[in-house]
Design a protein around this ligand. Structure first.
Ligand SMILES: [Zn+2]
Length: 400
C-alpha cells in the first residue's frame, strides 16, 4: 500500500501560508490580540556571506516571491534589486546590501517570511554556483544534468537558474518546454547495455532518433574509452558529433591523458571536429583542470546541490523609526552602484543622489519598486532577457 500523502506542498498551500514556521503564526496571534499587527515596518532581505567563499552572488527568485505575494493578496510595497544582478553582499563600508525590501503592516506579511526566503535562498544558491562554472568554463559548453539529485518538483527551478546563469543547455523535458529551448542529452549507459554494446546502441539511436538531435555517444560502458570512441566512429561515420566520457572514479587514472589519446586517434582519422564532453562529479576545480582539453561539460550535483545563499529578513524600521537587532544595520536604505568603479554604496533611502566616493559621479540606484500595495508594477523580463543581462555582467568580472 502506497502512502496516500503528497509531501510536495502545493502552490495553494504555500499561498495559504501553510509552509511557514509556526512561530510566525504565534507572533501574529499575539500582535493581533495586542492590536499591533498593523504596525508599519520596513524589512530588508540581507545575507552575512556568500557560499563557497565567493565574493559575489547571482540574485534570483524574485519572480516566485512576487507571484506568492500577489496570489496571497498582500497589501505591501516591495523594492528589489533586479533579478539576475551579480553583486557582493556588502557595500564598500561593510554595510549589508538590502536585496529586497518589504514595506507594510508586519502582521500582513509575517508568515510569508519562510516561503519568501525559500524562493530567494535556493535559486540564488544554484545561480551563484552556475555562474562560477560559467566563468571557469570560458567558452566551453555547459549542460545542466543535475536534476536527478533533487525532488522532481523543483527540476525546472534548478534548470531555470542554470540557464539564466549562462548554461548552454538543460536536460529536463519540462524545463525545456518552460524555457522554450530544446532539451539536451546524450546516450545513457542503459541503452548501451540493453542493446548489447556500443555499436548496436548507436546504430539504433541513429535510425530511431530525429536527425536534428546531435549524435553524442557515451564511450566508457564496457571498454576502454579510446576503443569505444573508435567503435562509435566506425558505426556512425560522419554523423558522429561528439563523445561523452563519464569514466568512473575507480578507472580515472589520468583523464587528461585519456582525452589526449582519443584526440590523437580522431586526428589520425581526420575527425578533429568530434567534440569531447565530460561528465561525472565535475566541480569548479575540475573544470579549470580540464577546460583546455574538453569541449563541454555535463554538470550534476555541483549546481543542483548548491549551498544556499543564507538570506534573512529583518525589520530595520518601525513606524519610521530606525531600529535593528544586533548585527544588522538600522534604517531604510538605497543601494548605489557605479559601473565605472564597480563600487556599491548603501545610503539612507531618502538621499536624492548617491555619489560615488571614487569618481564622484552619481551612482545608479539599484533598489527598484516592483510592487505597490500588492500590485506588481515592474515589467517582468523573460528568462532569455535575464540571461543576457547576466552574460553582460560576466564579461566585466573575472571571478565570483
Ligand atoms: Zn565611480
Amino acid at each position: 500500500m502506497v502512502q496516500d500523502k503528497n509531501w510536495i506542498a502545493t502552490q495553494e498551500e504555500i499561498v495559504q501560508g501553510k509552509t511557514t514556521d509556526v512561530y510566525f503564526l504565534r507572533t501574529k496571534e499575539c500582535l493581533v490580540k495586542d492590536n499591533l499587527d498593523k504596525t508599519r515596518v520596513w524589512a530588508e532581505v540581507t545575507t552575512g556571506g556568500i557560499p563557497r567563499g565567493g565574493k559575489r552572488l547571482l540574485f534570483l527568485g524574485i519572480q516566485d516571491a512576487l507571484r506568492l505575494f500577489s496570489q496571497a493578496q498582500l497589501n505591501v510595497n516591495v523594492y528589489a534589486i533586479k533579478e539576475g544582478t551579480i553583486l557582493p553582499h556588502k557595500d564598500i563600508n561593510g554595510v549589508r546590501i538590502p536585496f529586497l525590501v518589504i514595506e507594510g503592516a508586519y502582521g500582513d506579511f509575517a508568515i510569508f517570511e519562510t516561503p519568501l526566503l525559500g524562493c530567494l535562498c535556493f535559486q540564488s544558491g544554484v545561480g551563484t554556483s552556475a555562474v562560477k562554472l560559467r566563468i571557469a568554463a570560458q567558452n566551453r559548453s555547459l549542460l545542466s544534468f543535475g536534476i536527478r539529485r533533487m525532488p522532481p518538483a523543483i527540476a525546472p527551478v534548478i534548470d531555470r537558474a542554470c540557464y539564466i546563469a549562462g548554461f548552454d543547455g538543460i536536460s529536463c523535458v519540462l524545463s525545456a518546454e518552460k524555457l522554450g529551448i530544446p532539451a539536451t542529452g546524450t546516450i545513457p549507459h542503459a541503452l548501451i547495455m540493453l542493446e548489447d554494446g556500443i555499436v548496436n546502441a548507436v546504430k539504433s539511436f541513429d535510425s530511431n532518433i530525429d536527425k536534428s538531435v546531435p549524435r553524442i555517444v557515451l564511450s566508457d560502458t564496457f571498454n576502454d574509452e579510446r576503443i569505444e570512441v573508435l567503435q562509435a566512429l566506425e558505426a556512425l561515420g560522419e554523423k558522429l558529433t561528439g563523445v561523452r566520457l563519464d569514466t568512473p572514479g575507480s578507472r580515472r587514472g589520468d583523464l587528461i591523458e585519456i582525452i589526449q589519446e582519443i584526440k590523437w586517434e580522431l586526428k589520425l582519422r581526420k575527425r578533429e571536429d568530434v567534440k569531447i564532453f565530460l561528465s561525472g562529479g565535475l566541480t569548479e576545480e575540475t573544470i579549470l583542470e580540464y577546460r583546455d582539453f574538453a569541449d563541454g561539460f555535463g554538470i550534476g550535483t555541483y549546481v543542483s546541490n548548491s549551498p544556499t545563499v543564507d538570506f534573512a529578513l529583518d525589520i530595520v524600521e518601525i513606524e519610521d523609526k530606525a531600529i535593528a537587532k544586533r548585527g544588522k544595520f538600522a534604517g531604510r536604505k538605497q543601494i548605489g552602484f557605479c559601473s565605472k568603479c564597480q563600487i556599491y554604496l548603501c545610503e539612507e533611502f531618502s538621499v536624492e543622489e548617491i555619489i560615488c566616493p571614487s569618481c564622484k559621479e552619481v551612482m545608479e540606484k539599484k533598489l527598484e519598486k516592483i510592487m505597490e500595495n500588492g500590485r506588481i508594477i515592474s515589467k517582468i523580463p523573460t528568462e532569455q532577457q535575464t540571461r543576457d543581462f547576466v552574460l553582460q555582467q560576466i564579461d566585466a568580472i573575472d571571478s565570483m
